[in-house]
Design a protein around this ligand. Structure first.
Ligand SMILES: [Cu+2]
Length: 456
């Protein structure tokens, strides 16, 4: 759902606020606006050098116009409302209606002109992370350019010199603006479209937000203890699956603009890093992996052969990043029989809730959620609760999926006899490991309310 916010609308807004940019409103290209968080599969490029477009997970690519051979884009930095998942919206800052902003796709050698209009309440700028460009186009406020004040439009112009995977983000009040969701993806395709050719090319940015349960705006001073871990400002199960055809060569490009690293793990397949921030990795220098760590500020392109049909998990392997808010400040209660204890504690602490004696903290949790809050973990699969949230999605590989078809094919239908099943024969007697037999009686009981007060 991309709507056309034509230059007339833009001009009216600029004139209305008494501000007209240096380039003149009439020469601004339109700044299209995305109104939903659905994945929008881009069509083949309507003009310019041919390329095979990428698919932005829960995002879209920004249309351009060609003006005397120059590709012109218009980004509008502005407050947006982003649906993090059905049931939760966040007041973020982003570009052209969404956070992250739209993906910019150009071809090696293209001359690119990007108009950046600031509709935020404070100065901004854009840094084109990873690009070779004239120093004055690099976007560091104060160092390379004056800030873009609210209401003004600046113009950036450079030649997309090398093919690869890039990002864009502000370099003005960076801590606040990136914590608010200001970031976007950039792909420079090779001049020869047969180079680095794959069948599916997915892109997304890793993000982190700290939004208190029941509230809508991220706490921008949080440094490490975030409670929402996102792919393109979405959490599982609201992140779209990466849909593939069996036999496809698949690329996933990821950029990390959070404050910590994320080891991304693929199930059932092996991947290799084929591109880094600095360019393409020669074939002889690649090695197979099933988890690729993406450090802060890094971009990686990984590739794999989609050889085996199914619904394969793809997720950050930091387990706290595979769940949503409210996962912290909760004590470990595995092995503690809480049945009688809870009764006693409830006399002292009426809202105390026992959690997870057998390990399944999330599944056992029955608690009314505040408004605009997601459960820590949800997602219903064909076999019941998936029990994850955050940085998780699935790679859905199907035989005979259409070449350019990214529609969710539904859950995988396993051939008979290929699903793990209960053993129904006789079982030999089992023995406890030494020292573990009476754990429940011997456990040193230490109970904490979810909100953190200690009670002994
Ligand atoms: Cu992570």
């Amino acid at each position: 759902m991309v709507s056309r916010r034509g230059f007339l609308t833009g001009a009216a807004t600029l004139v209305g606020t008494g501000v007209v940019s240096r380039v003149g409103a009439a020469s601004l290209p339109e700044a299209p606006l995305a109104s939903s968080a659905a994945t929008q599969v881009p069509a083949s490029p309507p003009n310019g050098r041919p390329f095979h477009p990428v698919v932005t997970l829960n995002g879209w690519s920004l249309p351009w116009r060609v003006n005397n051979g120059v590709k012109e884009f218009h980004l509008v930095a502005e407050p947006v409302v982003r649906e993090i998942a059905p049931g939760m919206k966040a007041n973020l800052w982003g570009y052209n209606g969404q956070s992250p902003g739209p993906t910019i796709e150009v071809v090696e050698g293209d001359r690119v002109r990007i108009f950046v209009t600031n509709r935020l309440p404070e100065n901004t700028s854009i840094h084109w992370h990873g690009q070779r460009l004239p120093n004055g186009m690099d976007g560091v406020t104060g160092l390379n350019q004056p800030p873009v004040p609210p209401g003004k439009t600046f113009v950036y112009e450079f030649v997309a010199a090398r093919p690869g995977t890039f990002m864009y983000h502000p370099h003005a009040d960076e801590m606040v603006q990136m914590a608010m969701g200001m970031m976007g993806f950039w792909v420079t395709h090779p001049k020869d479209p047969s180079q680095h050719r794959v069948d599916r090319d997915f892109v997304f940015l890793l993000g982190a937000f700290d939004i208190d349960p029941g509230s809508y705006t991220p706490k921008v001073n949080t440094m490490t203890d975030f409670n929402l871990w996102t792919f393109n400002s979405r959490v599982f199960p609201a992140i779209d699956p990466m849909v593939c055809r069996q036999g496809d060569r698949v690329r996933i490009r990821v950029g990390n603009l959070t404050m910590t690293n994320h080891p991304l793990h693929i199930h059932g397949h092996e991947m290799e890093v084929t591109g880094t921030d600095g360019g393409w990795v020669p074939k002889s220098a690649r090695w197979p992996e099933v988890a690729v760590d993406i450090a802060v500020g890094q971009m990686r392109a990984v590739e794999f052969d989609a050889h085996t049909p199914g619904d394969w998990a793809f997720h950050c392997h930091k387990s706290h990043h595979a769940m949503n808010a409210m996962g912290h400040d909760i004590p470990t209660m595995i092995g503690v029989d809480q049945r009688k204890v809870t009764e006693k504690i409830n006399k002292l602490v009426p809202d105390y809730m026992a959690m997870g004696s057998t390990g399944g903290a999330m599944e056992g949790m029955q608690m009314a959620l505040p408004e605009n809050t997601l459960p820590m973990a949800s997602g219903e699969g064909p076999f019941g609760s998936i029990g994850m949230g955050g940085m998780v999605t699935t790679i859905k590989i199907r035989k005979g999926q259409g070449r350019n078809d990214y529609r969710d094919p539904g859950w995988y239908k396993h051939p008979p006899g290929t699903v793990a099943r209960e053993w129904t024969g006789t079982t030999p007697p089992t023995h406890h490991a030494p020292g573990t037999a009476n754990t429940q009686e011997k456990a040193d009981l230490r109970v904490r309310k979810p909100q953190g007060h200690d009670h002994h």
